[in-house]
Design a protein around this ligand. Structure first.
Ligand SMILES: [Zn+2]
Length: 457
């Protein structure tokens, strides 16, 4: 019943002649000279865009609110939005889909409802949870993922999910299953929009160096041998903030908390509504270009700076050929005698992976899940079985592992694609298989059995 109602209202949206879609029509109904190679203008393209294309918006905060509105008004009528946060009163100045009465409610749910009420024909499914809580198969449903996040960790995770759909043919060229992403980000008056087409453009991980590592000082230096002014300030911030609390009590001042102390010391940049609007507009337009080919997509990173006047710059970053995430996957050569349990241990020892508590899936089947408890119990008996048998005695195949690893000294959720080859079963190892380093796991106590290069533990 609900599905029927949604279809009817999309049809109404399609037929809004000269109204809502007037500008969209100019882009996708008429031929042009700067269009993409596969552009086929016409009503069919418009109908596909509105009825078939499904978009996932990750984040329903300052940028996410803008994205939902912009995407819906660009003709994307099937949207889903995921966000784990609830609405705080401090969000209301810029997260314009929320009202005072919404404080405390889930952002995804309120944002979806608000946009659906304002734009006829759009259907938005909200998800109030962490992206890591969704099964990987959840992401099968979407043609494109648009990110409005403020966290590097969440971007890394979703980037790995999108790249896990990428497959390479035997010549090393990306083949089917490309899941494009558009990533927006803002901080104060600065922002970026970028297009990530796994296998063709750099993925988020290829240029993770764009984000400077957090400056952290060793605690012993701060406490005992400070050498710079920054060390002294950081000491006051970390160690002595309790004295601020005592002082506040003495003078009867409330509100001195650790988070406020951090806010004052770190000089947190205010979020600016106009930056979100500009970055979101760039992202929604790129999503439209990717899905309709009505113009070539940006290549591939747009930087925006509104601190003094307006400055923007496009940079075409290069892919990192050895990228752990969008490359062909890490090759792991195994004996057929390796059990799933042993395989999991090996992923923790692998110098490029260092995966803690990984869950393992093969072609959508859960081989071992660390959580939730009911799945752990169901898959536990697989641990003592041979991996080779568990994947149907396939000589070489892709296995996915999700777990945590250490990035910049911080534990971070990650998903890794592993190309597993069982020794003595596969035909000749192709050039593709040996792209990147090959690690052979045999026996740490018998180093002569190690292949090259010998990992150091
Ligand atoms: Zn990459």
């Amino acid at each position: 019943m609900a599905a029927e109602a949604a279809t009817t209202s999309i049809d109404e949206g399609l037929n809004e002649d000269g109204g809502r879609w007037k500008d969209l029509d100019k882009l996708i109904l008429r031929p042009g000279t700067i269009v993409g190679d596969n552009f086929e203008p016409g009503p069919e393209l418009k109908e596909n865009l509105m009825k078939m294309v499904r978009v996932l918006v990750v984040g329903a905060g300052g940028l996410g609110c803008e994205l939902l509105k912009d995407l819906a008004l660009s003709g994307f009528l099937n949207l889903e939005v995921i966000d784990m946060d609830t609405i705080d009163v401090s969000n209301l100045n810029r997260q314009f889909l929320f009202r005072f009465g919404d404080v405390g409610k889930p952002k995804a749910e309120v944002a979806a409802k608000c946009v659906m009420e304002r734009i006829s024909g759009v259907n938005i499914v909200p998800h109030f949870c962490r992206i890591e809580d969704k099964d990987i198969s959840f992401f099968d449903n979407f043609h494109i993922i648009v990110l409005g996040l403020d966290s590097i960790e969440a971007r890394s995770y979703i980037n790995a999910v999108a790249c896990s759909y990428l497959e390479y043919d035997s010549d090393g060229n990306p083949s089917d299953g490309i899941k494009p992403m558009v990533d927006g980000g803002t901080e104060g008056f600065k922002g970026h929009a970028r297009v990530i087409i796994p296998g063709l453009t750099p993925c988020f991980e290829c240029n993770i160096w764009l984000f400077p590592p957090q400056v952290k000082f060793p605690l012993c230096t701060l406490a005992e041998t400070p050498r710079t002014a920054a060390h002294c300030i950081e000491y006051a911030h970390l160690i002595k903030w309790g004295e601020a609390l005592k002082r506040a009590e003495l003078f009867g001042i409330s509100g001195v908390t650790y988070s406020l102390t951090q806010g004052v010391v770190k000089n947190i940049v205010p979020a600016i509504a106009s930056t979100n609007a500009i970055v979101s507009a760039a992202c929604a337009l790129e999503a439209l270009k990717i899905m309709t080919d009505c113009s070539k997509t940006m290549s591939n990173y747009l930087m925006y700076n509104g601190t003094e006047g307006i400055h923007s710059k496009m940079t075409a970053f290069d892919r990192d050929k050895d990228c752990l995430v969008c490359g062909p996957g890490i090759l792991i050569e195994l004996d057929i005698s390796v059990t799933l349990s042993k395989f999991i241990d090996l992923l923790g020892e692998h110098p490029k992976l260092l995966l803690s508590k990984p869950s393992i899936t093969h072609r959508g089947n859960n081989l071992y899940m660390q959580a939730p408890p009911v799945l752990e119990e169901m898959t536990r008996s697989n641990l003592n079985l041979l991996l080779f048998d568990l994947i149907g005695k396939i000589p070489k195949d892709i296995i996915h592992a999700t777990g945590t690893t250490s990035i910049n000294g911080k534990r971070t959720s990650c998903l890794r694609k592993l190309r597993v080859i069982f020794k003595g079963t596969a035909e000749d190892v192709t050039d593709m298989d040996t792209m990147g380093a090959v690690y052979r796991f045999v026996d740490k106590d018998n180093p002569e059995f190690w292949g090259y290069p010998v990992p150091k533990f």
